[in-house]
Design a protein around this ligand. Sequence first.
Ligand code: HEM
Length: 280
Amino acid sequence: MFAAGLTEALFGFQLTWLHIHVAFGALCLIVIVHKLTLLTATRKSLLRDVEAFPGPPGNWLFGHVLQPTQDTTNLERGLKWGEQYPYAFPMWFGPSVCFLNIHHPDYAKTILTTTEPKDDFGYMFIESWIGNGLLVSKGQKWFRHRRLLTPGFHYDVLKHYVNLMSESAQVMLVLKFESVFGIHRNATVWENPEVFDPLRFLPENVSKRSPHAFVPFSAGARNCIGQNFAMNEMKVVIAMMLKKYQLIEEPSLKPRIIPRLVMRSLNGIHIKIKPVEAQK
Ligand code: HEM
């Protein structure tokens, strides 16, 4: 009886096209107001979170990314801001997404030694690419897998790869250079950060600075599990290469570095390769 009455009442209410338009308009308005309220609340809370960190002025709507460029402009601008704010500065991507750009070892230490899980935002893009492996996983799954994999990277296992690496080095044609920025370019931590100076890594020099001043493999619980493998591989390949060849920089074609998942060069890496024998 009740259902029949309700149906009758609904049919009795004749919705004209005008009514539908007005209802749709009102619905859109409610959704927009709701979204704007959420956005404003998120922005306010983010502003409060980063208020202790002064940073470069940005546009309220676009933040600091007015034009996403495909050249080195953004990296150079980031380095300039790094000089102005040598510990950390907030960077806004639109009105409600904010990253705290940390580039001092003392601040990095706090983040790197935390047991908090990695943020979802930064990793959601690579998850569809590399899957939910050790790099992306968290909680018990990460802990179990890390514990299972760690013995596989033990020195005793890695030493068997040295011969294989040296054989591969003989046929390797492409040189792969990766670089990290931020902390490694911080002038309050490194003297002349732009200068290539391997002596920085003498034990007596390493002991003078924070263990978080040089973190190409990250640090803490989520550091790189392949660190020793990669270091072995690089040492074997570089040592073998330098025994035979001298690598000479091409000053007119310096790499123009851009940040991708790793640092890349926009214009390739131009070096002259000279056999060592030829110099004798
Ligand atoms: C020069 C070479 C390499 C560099 C610079 C490097 C750097 C890094 C960095 C910075 C992280 C931390 C990533 C993050 O915090 O999200 C990481 C994690 C990781 N790396 Fe490497 N890596 C290198 C080579 C390797 C190799 C050779 C392997 C494997 C054979 C490897 C396997 C991994 C894995 C599985 C993780 C995730 C570890 C975890 O979350 O527990 N890496 N690497």
